[in-house]
Design a protein around this ligand. Structure first.
Ligand code: ADP
Ligand code: MG
Length: 262
């Protein structure tokens, strides 16, 4: 199971949209995908129809010795299961900070080990924060991808995110790799073009070649709780999410080949 973190310290940059649509593209390729909602807002859980307080959620993984199996929920989408989140994650994160008796950063990693054989990919939709469960997600992860929406405040957030993730790599998780920034909600105007050029030129941002075009179909798809490929298969964003997922898979296979040659 390859674990992909979708993260940015900013909200509203399409972390959730990217997580659910990338999961769907992988699922339609026949891959088994586990999606983890790592945001107390529970948007991803709501999207897949598994939001609520009756069943255990990610909070229980953070607080107890539950394995992932105990909290995974099936969805109506073929090949996609979800570990949901709700507001309990807020208290859970606080309690993990106070609990000095067992390791704080590796709880999710340990819980996921039990299901590693059952899935090809795990996509973690992170909160716009560096809290305990986000640190756990990056500690468990193979890759991280930073969706960005271009505006004046884009760049500060990305630099801090990369810095934080690199610290986690140094301290807890050597295998964590930065796969790149993904421009989302792209519109053909000067701000977007210039912002994209700036990101392209600064190699530390490793921009994906694909950008995700802005379309109102994406907003609509959040109301119908459908992947944008289902809601509007021919719209720009639907095609872009397919292209982006293919680009990601290629980057993984290229780096695996390079690693094998060493
Ligand atoms: N390609 C796009 N085109 C139009 N709207 C988009 C696009 N991607 C995201 N959005 C909208 O931006 C908002 C924030 O997206 P979301 O994924 O919830 O961000 P985050 O999880 O980073 O807070 C949502 O209203 C969503 O519909
Ligand atoms: Mg979100």
């Amino acid at each position: 199971m390859r674990i992909i973190n979708i993260c940015n310290l900013k909200g509203g940059v399409a972390k959730t949209i990217t997580s659910v649509n990338m999961a769907y593209v992988l699922a339609t390729m026949g891959k088994k995908v586990l999606v983890i909602d790592n945001d107390k807002q529970g948007n991803t859980s709501k999207f897949f129809g598994v939001y609520g307080y009756e069943k255990p959620s990610l909070a229980e993984i953070m607080l107890t010795k539950n394995t992932a199996e105990d909290v995974i929920q099936k969805t109506t989408r073929e090949n996609i299961d979800v570990i949901p989140a709700n507001m309990n994650l807020l208290t859970a994160n606080r309690n993990v900070m106070l609990d000095l008796n067992s390791p704080q950063q590796t709880r999710l990693k340990k819980a996921l080990a039990a299901v590693a054989e059952q899935y090809d990919f795990c996509i973690i939709d992170n909160a716009p924060d560096i809290n305990m469960s986000v640190i756990n997600a990056l500690t468990a992860g193979d890759d991280y991808i930073i969706p960005v929406k271009i505006d004046r405040f884009t760049f500060d957030g990305v630099d801090v995110m990369i810095e934080q993730a690199e610290q986690i790599r140094e301290n807890f998780n050597e295998k964590l790799r930065f796969r790149g920034c993904l421009v989302t909600s792209f519109r053909k105007n000067d701000v977007n073009r210039q912002g994209q050029e700036y990101l392209q030129e600064a190699s530390r941002y490793k921009l994906f070649e694909t950008h995700i075009r802005w379309t109102e179909k994406v907003d609509e798809s959040t109301f119908t709780c459908e992947p944008v490929m289902v809601h509007s298969p021919r719209c720009g964003a639907a095609r872009d999410y397919k292209a982006f997922t293919a680009e990601y898979l290629k980057s993984v296979s290229d780096s695996d080949t390079k690693g094998a040659e060493k």
